[in-house]
Design a protein around this ligand. Structure first.
Ligand code: FAD
Length: 274
């Protein structure tokens, strides 16, 4: 089973040295790749490019640049492809993204890419990038059913997507069930399991409200027991996520993608105890 990591670019301008240190540390654990998130509006794309480029060039680790399309024109996406090529980045995670807050109804309704699939088809036609895509073990918040999501997932595979990275989940059984359903629909490319170590009760609240993933009783009990003490909560959260990964490994899952939240020391502790 391979491990990969997700990082996000620095929020403040000028914080690059810290971001570079984070990816340098993560690289020491020989991940299959490190992916770098991208703002849905595309305005911070340069930061994603700079970090991905550093991972690729200085850390000698494969970088996966996330690329969202909801706020972008075809021309802008072509410009991103050119920049990625110039920086020798050959993998992208092609996403729709969520509607940016400052996007008007008129802009939203006339957007050039309606869904991630439109971006994937466009990238296939206009670039040589290797394309990855997202998936949601508990369905995407806008979907009516998991079947609807699986239908579009299969379409993405048909367009040439090489692998999927899943939304985070806290209950492995949900993921196994999703894998079975995906296989039954003919989805045969690897699905990398998204795992996020929850090191504080506040972090869990934010992640759950953003991602729509459910909190199983086991994890709720951990939060109830340790949530008030930050050191204990950190330890218990790392242990919970590590156990999830051990279970996935036993089940023969191909890859685990750790949402590091830019805390390399947390990821490192998990890797060491695996
Ligand atoms: P899509 O695949 O387009 O799906 C969105 C919804 O539309 C789903 O309900 C789907 O079932 C439906 N759908 C898909 N295709 C069609 C179609 N052709 N017709 C009708 N309905 C359709 N967001 C960021 O802004 N930046 C990031 O860096 C980022 N990284 C992420 C990484 C991972 C691993 C994941 C899982 C999510 C990430 N996101 C990121 C969040 C993501 O942008 C949102 O979840 C977004 O709402 C959906 O993006 P998508 O590419 O999954 O959308």
């Amino acid at each position: 089973m391979h491990i990969s990591f997700e990082v996000f670019p620095p929020k403040k301008e000028g914080d690059f040295e810290q971001a570079f240190e984070i990816v340098r540390t993560l690289s020491e654990y020989n991940p299959k790749y490190i992916s770098v998130t991208y703002g849905a509006g595309g305005s911070k794309s340069k930061k994603t490019l700079d970090i991905a480029s550093y991972i690729q060039k200085e850390c000698r680790t494969s970088a996966v640049a996330h690329l969202t399309c909801v706020g972008s024109t075809r021309k802008e996406i072509l410009a991103r492809c050119k920049e990625l090529k110039e920086h020798n980045i050959s993998y992208v995670l092609a996403l729709r993204g969520d509607r940016p807050k400052d996007m008007s109804d008129q802009q939203f309704n006339s957007r050039e890419f309606a869904y991630a699939m439109d971006l994937i088809a466009f990238l296939k036609e206009n670039s040589s990038l290797a394309i990855m895509a997202s998936c949601y073990p508990e369905k995407h918040v806008e979907s009516n059913s998991i079947e609807e999501d699986l239908y579009y997932m299969k379409e993405k595979q048909n367009l040439g997507v090489k692998s999927f990275i899943s939304q985070m989940f806290f209950d492995n059984e949900l993921f196994y069930d999703f894998m079975d359903k995906a296989a039954a629909k003919g989805i045969s490319v690897p699905i990398h399991a998204g795992i996020m170590p929850v090191t504080s009760a506040k972090q869990l609240g934010t992640s759950v409200s953003l991602s729509g993933c459910s909190v199983p009783k086991k994890l709720a009990d951990v939060i109830a027991r340790y949530g008030a003490n930050s050191a204990d909560m950190r330890k218990a959260g790392i242990e919970y996520a590590t156990k999830q990964i051990e279970g996935l490994k036993r089940q023969g899952v191909a890859g685990v993608h750790i949402y590091t939240m830019n805390k390399p020391e947390v990821a490192a502790e998990m890797i060491r105890s695996l």
